[in-house]
Design a protein around this ligand. Structure first.
Ligand SMILES: [Fe+2]
Length: 482
């Protein structure tokens, strides 16, 4: 993302009923005579499909009709000139000024604010799945912040392996059309995962997620992968992560190492409108369904970025030549994102034990596959196999519940995007921007006892950041569907 911003003059369309996004899409469809991709929308290269913030202003669609349309639609009659009093002019000026200020604040903000009416509407239309699982069994490590390691599995499973009386595991199949939100609650009615679906009443979403899949498909051939990126704990498909990480002996949080040759492609992916929208939707929903956890994760990310800026300004950074910490997208609360480039992204059973032990991760499925036949999300400790249609998003505690996908069929394609934060970042902030060893070394025996006592209660703290059903019903003034 570019740090420099061009000055932009904002012009309002003359026709107030003109829908810019819809118009843009129609313009693209009409203007380009492109072959159709396996995802159903016009196939374009990564560069051309990227609607970059640096790209030139899109052109409004041009009508190809030879019949003149009704004049008021396209050429509104000139308005009668109205003479305004000084007071009226001042009022309009002030109104415009405060509108500009609000927009500026919105863009500068790194937080999503939950809109009460919209959140109440979402809650009212949400389904609920009750699991017998208890959050208290999350496998948090003794040192806190991350989870205990788990072996995972070396193979993927078919639907017949996990569902049905003859299956090895006989898990519960949850049908999900991806249009209505479905929350999963534990025995204490604590919301532990949310099948979000997709933005409601958004006709452009279909095109958005198809374009995102195209971008990943097209990027795969331009990227350089090492063996560890092609075959890893999660499966045998190409995957690369971008963002900030802390762990594995690092002394402080850093930007994830990237092959220099891949940097340009990642800039394009991060600036692509489709991924910006996926990130915005996922982050906004996180703020809505787990407001305290969202705030905790978002604040911690702000803290490490601010700390990085401060030590650079004060010339205290140990290696100032390293990249500055920044968010992948302006308002994401997650420090890192992994792009899974397919064409068959099917995860084996695994636990992301380096992620925040009680944190949530956002998974967005992309591609072209029949979600009733494959691609399901399996949540092993919950005993659930959930249909996971392309273009939909699910939030899960990925360090706490083992998860995987059902295999897709031979001719199908699946990609995914996961947003998450490593637990080490939170530990670093909690320890006053120090590693755990340097922090421990400074404590006397009483302080150390307090520190260990606090660590032993960390899961309790983590779960206190989750919302429960009654709390959200009370806050939003509506009830869940039963
Ligand atoms: Fe995972």
């Amino acid at each position: 993302m570019s740090s420099s911003r061009a000055k932009i003059k904002v012009l309002s369309p003359a026709n107030s009923s003109y829908n810019f996004e819809q118009g843009l899409l129609e313009g693209i469809r009409k203007g380009l005579d492109e072959p159709v991709s396996p995802f159903g929308s016009p196939l374009s290269s990564l560069t051309s499909s990227a609607v970059s913030s640096r790209s030139a202003s899109p052109t409004a669609p041009v009508s190809t009709s030879t019949t003149p349309s009704a004049a008021p639609e396209q050429y509104p009659a000139p308005k009668e000139e109205v003479t305004l009093t000084r007071k009226q002019k001042l009022k309009i000026r002030n109104k415009e000024k405060s509108k500009r200020r609000r927009e500026k604040d919105r863009l500068a903000s790194t937080e999503h604010s939950v809109k009460p009416n919209r959140a109440a509407k979402h809650l009212k239309n949400t389904g609920k799945v009750s699991a017998t699982f208890e959050g208290e069994t999350f496998p948090i490590s003794k040192k806190g912040w991350i989870s205990r390691r788990s072996k995972g599995s070396r193979s993927s499973v078919s639907l017949a392996d996990v569902v049905g009386p003859n299956s090895k595991y006989n898990l519960e199949l949850r049908k999900w059309n991806g249009r209505t939100t479905m929350v999963i609650v534990d025995r204490k009615r604590r919301i532990i995962a949310v099948c979000l679906g997709k933005p409601e009443n958004d006709e452009t979403w279909e095109d958005t997620h198809r374009r995102a899949a195209e971008v990943l498909e097209s990027a795969r051939d331009r990227l350089y992968f090492q063996d560890k990126d092609l075959n890893h704990r999660r499966g045998g498909f190409p995957a690369l992560a971008v963002g900030i990480s802390h762990g594995g002996g690092q002394k402080y949080p850093k930007v994830l190492d990237q092959d220099k040759r891949n940097e340009e492609v990642f800039e394009e992916i991060l600036e692509n409108k489709a991924f910006q929208r996926i990130s915005g939707f996922t982050s906004g929903a996180f703020a809505e369904w787990a407001p305290r956890l969202y705030e905790y994760e978002n604040k911690c990310l702000s803290d490490i970025i601010e700390h990085d800026e401060t030590i650079r300004r004060e010339n205290r950074h140990p290696r100032p030549e390293e990249k500055e910490l920044r968010r992948n997208w302006p308002r994401t609360p997650w420090a890192a994102t992994t792009f899974n480039f397919g064409p068959k992204t099917v995860c084996r059973r695994h636990l992301d034990f380096n992620n925040l032990a009680f944190g949530w991760c956002g998974i967005t499925a992309l591609g072209n596959y029949d979600p009733t036949k494959g691609g399901h999300l399996i949540l092993w400790q919950l005993g659930l196999v959930i249909e996971f249609p392309p273009g939909t998003t699910i939030l899960i505690p990925s360090a706490a519940i083992e998860h995987s996908n059902v295999r897709i069929r031979g001719n199908e394609r699946r990609y995914s995007v996961t947003q998450y934060s490593s637990g080490g970042i939170f530990r670093y902030v909690h320890n006053g921007f120090k590693t755990v060893d340097s922090r421990m070394g400074e404590l006397d025996s009483d302080e150390l006892a307090d520190h260990l006592d606090e660590l032993s209660r960390q899961l309790e703290f983590g779960l206190s950041l989750y919302s429960d059903v009654a709390e959200l019903e009370k806050a939003r003034g509506v009830s869940f569907k039963e």
